[in-house]
Design a binder for this molecule. Sequence first.
Ligand SMILES: Nc1ncnc2c1ncn2[C@@H]1O[C@H](COP(=O)(O)OP(=O)(O)O)[C@@H](O)[C@H]1O
Ligand SMILES: [Mg+2]
Length: 232
Amino acid sequence: MYAIEVDKVTKIYGKGETAVTAISDATFQVNPGELVAILGPSGSGKTTLLTAIGLINEPTHGKVIIDGATVADEGWVRGLDLKRLRREKLGFIFQHHNLIPFLSAIENVMIALEINHLTSSEAKSRATELLKSLNLGHRLNNYPTALSGGEAQRVAIARALANKPKVILADEPTAALDTENGKNVMSLLKSLAVENNSAILVVTHDHRMVEGFDRIFDVRDGKIVGEQNSGN
Ligand SMILES: Nc1ncnc2c1ncn2[C@@H]1O[C@H](COP(=O)(O)OP(=O)(O)O)[C@@H](O)[C@H]1O
Ligand SMILES: [Mg+2]
C-alpha cells in the first residue's frame, strides 16, 4: 500500500474570469519510507499541492489517498474527520517553525503527543528522547525566542515526527536557514523519516536541499513536468 496516492489532483482558486488553476492533474505515488521532493520556482503551485495532500486545502478535482484512506475524490470525501486524520497520519513542517511562543522546546513537542492521548510522563520521556536525537538535549527548557533558526526548526521537526506519522509533509523547511544549517536540518529529517518508515514529501525551490532524495519531481506553472531519480 502506498503512503500517498495522488490521482489527477487539480486545484482552482476562485471562479469565472478570475479563476487561477494552481495545480493541474498532479498524479504520483509515494511509498512508505520514501523521500520525495517537489522542486519548482515560487508561484508554481507547490504549497497548493502540499496543502491539498495535507487535508488543509480542498482539491477541486481528483483523488487523494493517504495511508489507504481516500480523503478526497472530487472534493473532500464526506463524513471524514479531517482534523483527526491530520493528527494521526500526518506530520507538518513549515518554512517558519510555527512553534508556540509561550511553551518551551520540550513542551512544544509534548503537546503534540498529549493531543494523541499520551500521558504527560510518557510524552515527556518521548519528547526528551527525540530532542536529544536532534542534538537539542541542552535546549529542552528554552523558549523559541532563545533558539537559533536551525534549533527552532529542529524542534519543529521533533514535533512533526513525535507521533511517528505515516506521512511527513514539509513546505520549504530550510528556506529560513543558511545553507549549512539547511543541509543539517534536511539530513536529520531524512534519517528520522527513514528510521520511522515514514514517507516524506518536501517542497522547495532550492535544489541543493534535495540531495539524497529517492525521487524529485519538477513542477512548473502547476504541472509536474518531469521526474529525476536519484540513481543511488
Ligand atoms: N488562496 C489563494 N487564492 C488565489 N490564488 C492563490 C491562492 N493561493 C495561491 N494562489 C495562486 O496559486 C498559484 C500557486 O501558488 P502556491 O501554491 O503558493 O505556489 P508556491 O508554493 O510554489 O509558491 C500562484 O499563482 C498563487 O498566486
Ligand atoms: Mg509555497
